[in-house]
Design a protein around this ligand. Structure first.
Ligand code: 5GP
Ligand code: ZN
Length: 110
């Protein structure tokens, strides 16, 4: 089981900032900005490049909806969004994740 699946399963702890039946968002353990959140589908999909199935594509597209939700909730005035795909393009954890970074600290306590 990959590290993010273990976080989904609550086998290892994480600072969760959003959760529903299909998605989880939590603070990056090694933040590169004052706000650094990882948004993942609970379903284990290794890489953006492996998404071929129509339903999986929908699941991955909706990661942006979770980003909007967090931006609104936390009142973030600006952010950077990115996703790495494949280890030779910076992907360390083989479970799709969208990075949400902001130079602004979230105003609301998680
Ligand atoms: P990638 O390089 O794969 O796009 O990003 C993986 C991110 O996951 C990195 O920013 C790294 O700090 C974070 N990360 C790796 N392991 C853990 C973990 O166990 N918990 C949390 N919260 N973040 C992790
Ligand atoms: Zn996984």
């Amino acid at each position: 089981m990959c590290v993010f699946c273990k976080i989904v399963d609550k086998q290892i702890p994480a600072e969760i900032v959003y959760e529903d039946d299909k998605y989880l968002a939590f603070k990056d353990i090694n933040p590169k900005a004052p706000t650094h959140i990882l948004i993942i589908p609970k379903k284990h999909i290794e890489s953006f490049h492996l998404v071929k199935d129509k339903d999986d594509k929908k699941l991955v597209k909706w990661l942006l909806d979770i980003a909007w939700e967090i931006i609104d909730q936390q009142n973030l005035p600006g952010c950077q969004l990115h996703m790495n795909s494949w280890s030779d393009h910076g992907q360390e954890v083989p479970h799709i994740h969208l990075h949400l970074l902001s130079k602004d600290k979230t105003s609301i306590k998680w």
